[in-house]
Design a protein around this ligand. Structure first.
Ligand code: C5P
Length: 232
């Protein structure tokens, strides 16, 4: 898989904090994830800033609205130059197809578009009793991944533990972008089902998303390099 890479989750509250963190990397330009906290704090300028500094950017805003609204919002995000963007597969195929339309630039290029299936914070009980979906969680995850694939999306966010099943259901080229990664000798934090970078590679993840094991490390650059060495 030629695209395998480590994406650092920049879960910082401000551009200042983010740039201070990135200054440690000197000439290296890791792939970065910008989530809602940083995006809502700094607005689209943070994407332009990181792109201008030479980083690839996964903009993790998880859109979910009516198709027309998502299409127009995706057009804006595409114009920022993000490399990967995402949405909730629960928005239905019509929404995912509209998103792809909005993302496609006049020259035909577009960011990769991936879907969140079920959030890992949603468990079987909440899905059954609050969302009234009376099926097994892993069955729902794979079904939503297939919907995303049928809509023309490029992949899903999932656990490395689900990467094999997703590839079996949706094809080897359908991307699996996987958080929940920890070093074998590291702290799990609030992640429950964790996988090492090496195991994520064996399980077939295409990209691992790693936050605190890098951002909270005493030496973040060394921690990132260790991830790259174990995973890529
Ligand atoms: O610090 P940590 O490595 O746990 O960060 C993981 C990143 O991936 C965070 O930005 C978190 O919001 C995100 N994420 C996740 N689990 C999901 C979806 C996204 O941990 N199911």
């Amino acid at each position: 898989m030629q695209n395998r890479d480590v994406i650092i989750a920049c879960d910082f509250a401000s551009a200042d904090e983010t740039l201070h963190f990135l200054d440690r990397f000197c000439d290296e330009r890791p792939f970065l994830k910008i989530g809602m906290e940083l995006y809502y704090a700094e607005g689209p300028e943070i994407v332009r800033t990181l792109k201008n500094r030479g980083h690839r950017v996964f903009l993790d805003l998880k859109l979910h609205d009516i198709p027309n609204t998502v299409k127009k919002a995706m057009r804006v995000l595409s114009g920022l130059g993000a490399d990967i963007v995402n949405l909730h597969a629960a928005g239905t195929r019509a929404m995912m197809e509209a998103a792809l339309e909005g993302l496609t630039r006049p020259d035909g290029s577009r960011p990769l578009l991936i879907a969140v299936t079920q959030l890992t914070s949603t468990d079987q009980s909440a899905m059954e009793h609050e969302l009234l979906i009376p099926r097994q969680l892993d069955e729902v995850v794979i079904h939503y991944a297939k919907n995303a694939s049928a809509a023309g999306l490029d992949g899903v966010v999932c656990s490395p533990l689900e990467a094999g099943k997703v590839h079996s259901a949706c094809g080897a080229n359908f991307l699996t972008v996987t958080p929940g990664v920890r070093f074998a000798d590291g702290d799990k934090g609030d992640q429950k089902r964790v996988t090492t970078p090496g195991d994520a590679k064996l399980l077939g993840s295409d990209y691992i998303v790693v936050g605190r094991p890098i951002t909270s490390a005493a030496d973040p650059v060394a921690a990132w390099q260790r991830c790259v060495k174990e995973f890529c």
